[in-house]
Write a protein that binds this ligand. Sequence first.
Ligand code: 5RP
Length: 219
Amino acid sequence: MKQAVAAAALEYIRPKLEDDSVIGIGTGSTANYFIDALGGIRAEVEATVASSEVSAQRLRDNGLPVYDLNSVDRVSFYIDGADESNRALQLIKGGGGALTREKIVAAVATEFICICDESKLVHTLGDFPLPVEVIPMARSHVAREMVKLGGDPVYREGFTTDNGNIILDVYNFPVAAPLEIERKIDGIVGVVTNGLFAHRPADILLLGTPGGVETLYPQ
Ligand code: 5RP
């Protein structure tokens, strides 16, 4: 299903590609399928920007040009997976730890195309532990603040983000009001980003199901 939605995303953007289109690329197993599919049309791809070092390397391995986000004027499409999506296409992301760069590229992109298998569609976000990227020295402080908000933060052992920070995964934290909670967590000193994509949700969700790929728009 991940491979099918990656192929559907390629089919969706291909007719819209222009000579100066920049494609933003996410991180994770679904995004990897998209990178590999994009490699198949490398001659039509002018530029990409990546949301992680690992995706940048995979893009280069596929013969695709990778640019620094600061060197491009705009990003036409951002294609990425998610850990959860609700029907408003608000997401939890960051299972792979790339949430901050993902959020930056998504913010710049004109159109955010999320690609997931159907297991990721939920009624209320929060069954998946919410990743929070934190400056290392603020780890205990942020963990205490997350407990005050009602969650159970767990330090992701042995993991450092591309930005040199740590991740707290917050368990047992149903997110009834994603817009408010995203802002609240971002307001804790020491937090770099949290994995709620509510203020910048996806614009379209290509959802892999056993019956084929469904296209969902925010409700
Ligand atoms: C990485 C992410 C991924 O998009 C998310 O974890 C989904 O991954 P996968 O496509 O492997 O299921 O947010 O930080």
